[in-house]
Design a binder for this molecule. Structure first.
Ligand code: MRU
Length: 343
């Protein structure tokens, strides 16, 4: 097995991020030394995926402290710089949760901040391993067939999107390790192609058989009976189980409900936000119009057209058959709420 990827790594004085905007054709690492660089990297999706931006934000507190020392900032100026990192993208709650967790040690200085950020990173990998095993067990039981599974996934939820291993892709990797994956349908994930560029790349590294398909193919593939279950990640899960994830996810959930197959959300408890009552309260990031009006930098839509580019959508909890966290599986559509794992 290839060495485990580290999308986010602390070098001792800076952050090393695998540049996810140039994969799969180039594997390049960007060294981030200051807060502006980190905010830009998060906003341009150099680093992306809810747990990965949480880990990057955690180390962002250390970056701000180091930059503040170099540039003579007051504690207030350093805190303001951290607040900019925390607000770099609005939907994935992991960014806020992880920054706040590390900021609780701000007054103790750099070593304490770095220790906390490293704990965030370590615990995310542990959570992913645990949810991989819980999720695989649950799926096998739910699908109840005596053969390897055909699984559909959307966006990228692998090692690149986390501190390591992956959430939904971690469940798929666990199934594959048990010899129980027939094929993965990886949605290409318009408009930024996290599925065809990143998930497919990770599946190739792992030797997992897969098809890349257009997002628009997903519902038909499910309704034709070619898929046993869908597994996706999440950016924020509200208290009632409504789940924000990459745009296109809700259509998959609707198709799964119609086909009567499991729709499993895999996310660490850092993605659960009990302070948000329902999905309608989740701030959905609207990204630049050019991402949908252009293809690879070339305008494809008429010059007069406007673009609508929500980066995420919300799947109602009633469509979420299972939510797997590092604590086990909750059957949300059957009435088990996220609070059952968090209180
Ligand atoms: O815009 P992105 O690429 O950051 O969106 C990522 C997703 O929607 C993922 O499914 C989610 O963050 C879970 S990653 C383990």
């Amino acid at each position: 097995m290839p060495q485990e990827l580290r999308a986010v790594d602390w070098t001792g004085s800076s952050l090393a991020l695998i540049d996810q905007t140039v994969l799969p054709h180039r594997t390049e690492t960007r060294e981030i030394r200051d807060v502006d660089g980190l905010v830009d990297a998060i906003q341009r999706l150099v680093v992306r995926g809810a747990p990965a931006i949480g880990a990057a934000g955690a180390y962002g507190v250390a970056l701000a402290l180091l930059q503040g020392e170099r540039e003579g900032w007051s504690a207030e100026e350093t805190r303001a710089a951290v607040a900019r990192v925390r607000a770099a993208r609005p939907t994935a709650v992991n960014l806020m949760v992880c920054v706040d967790r590390v900021m609780a040690r701000f007054d103790e200085g750099l070593d304490a901040v770095l220790a906390e950020a490293a704990a965030v990173q370590r615990e995310d990998v542990e959570a992913n391993r645990a949810m991989g095993a819980y999720g695989a067990d649950w799926l096998l039981k739910k699908v109840g067939v005596d053969r390897p599974l055909r699984v559909l996934t959307h966006c990228n939820t692998g090692a690149l999107a986390t501190a390591g291993w992956g959430t939904a892709l971690g469940v798929i990797r666990e199934l594959h390790a048990r010899g129980l994956v027939e094929v993965v349908y990886a949605d290409e994930t318009r408009p930024l192609l996290q599925g065809s560029r990143l998930t497919a790349w990770e599946l190739v590294q792992e030797g997992i058989p897969h098809y890349v398909q257009a997002d628009g193919a997903a519902a038909g593939t499910i309704l034709r009976g070619e898929v046993d279950a869908a597994v996706v990640g999440a950016d924020r899960i509200a208290a009632n189980g409504d789940t924000a994830n990459k745009v296109g996810t809700v259509g998959i959930a609707l198709a799964c409900a119609d086909a009567g197959i499991p729709f499993l959300v895999a996310a660490p408890t850092t993605t659960v936000d009990l302070t948000t009552a329902r999905g309608a309260d989740i701030h959905i990031e609207l990204r630049g119009e050019d991402e949908v009006l252009e293809w690879s930098g070339v305008r494809t839509a008429p010059a007069e057209s406007r673009g609508h580019n929500p980066a995420f959508d919300v799947t109602p909890g009633r469509l979420v058959t299972g939510l797997v966290t590092e604590r086990g599986v909750l059957e949300i559509s059957a009435g088990e709420l996220p609070a059952h794992h968090l209180r």
